[in-house]
Design a binder for this molecule. Structure first.
Ligand SMILES: [Zn+2]
Length: 281
């Protein structure tokens, strides 16, 4: 994947190395589980360990700007590239795209507008403060626990969370409440599959919008598809419970997540991502 010459806007809030501010109460994790938007479903065991962990940190404010380490720069380039792509998409409809308030880099735990952010939950988007939260140690988990290697797999995760921000801007996020938060046909699954499709839209348009500075080749798209498959509900349920329970789906199956990412990547058209009206999810 090509990204090193990509534009950097510095829409990063760096809280790494900051001690979480003490205070708040331990149920923050539960609040977050209800209001944050994640890249994969959290198993009951994970939620329990989050609730049992030491008290929720209050919101900290990190340093803003362009990180000087490679891991931070990668996130900056992908966020900036996504902003360029979505600015183009919105402009095609005579609308203005507003990027997330920041991508927050943190270690282990941090306060968010949605409750306590815990690295165990994986990357997530908080609609209340319009920030994406990312502990870069997740990349090790992504390649180890989930078996999804490579920069394009990571870029897919970031682009998925940015997709949630787009859904927040367009109002699609509000449709979830009416359509249910759990189950194979639920609004939650439709929202997540749409975010996967939006990640594909970014992947399709990044090359042209960046003048070739940020580009995904066929192998990179395959890597993104591998990551989408790795965080499918059925795959994760098989690993954690030993069986598949579609009634407990929140993100869609591996096959669905790959298919919707591919729809976005092949069309570059967010209109093709209407999972809320799709007859077949
Ligand atoms: Zn998500």
């Amino acid at each position: 994947m090509r990204w090193r010459g990509g534009r950097r806007s510095g829409n990063i809030e760096d809280r790494r190395g900051m001690a979480p501010v003490a205070g708040g109460i331990g149920v923050g994790g539960v609040v977050l589980a209800l209001t944050g938007y994640f890249v994969f479903g959290i198993s009951p065991q994970d939620t329990l360990s989050v609730v049992n962990s030491a008290g929720a940190p209050a919101q900290a404010v990190g340093e803003r700007g362009i990180p000087d380490d490679e891991g931070g720069q990668f996130v900056d380039v992908i966020e900036t590239s996504s902003a360029d792509v979505w600015t183009q998409v919105f402009a095609e409809r005579g609308q203005r795209y507003e990027p997330p308030a920041a991508v927050v880099l943190y270690d282990q735990a941090t306060g968010t507008g949605c409750g306590s952010g815990q690295a165990a939950m994986g990357p997530f988007y908080c609609p209340a403060d319009r920030k994406v939260y990312l502990d870069l140690s997740f990349w090790q988990e992504l390649s180890g626990r989930f078996g999804a290697e490579g920069e394009a797999a990571r870029a897919y995760v970031i682009a998925h969370e940015i997709g949630h921000h787009v859904q927040n801007l367009t109002g699609q996020m509000r449709r979830v409440d009416a359509m249910g938060r759990q189950g194979a046909e639920s609004g939650a699954v439709r929202l997540e599959l749409q975010a996967d499709c939006y990640a594909g839209v970014w992947a399709a348009r990044a090359d042209e919008v960046s003048g070739g500075a940020v580009a995904l080749g066929p192998d990179d798209i395959a890597q993104g598809l591998g990551a989408a498959a790795a965080v499918g509900d059925d795959t994760l349920q098989r690993q954690s419970r030993g069986r598949v329970v579609p009634d407990a789906f929140t993100h869609g199956s591996s096959e669905q997540r790959m298919r919707w990412f591919r729809v976005g990547a092949e069309t570059g058209d967010p209109q093709a991502c209407d999972t809320f009206s799709a007859g077949r999810l």
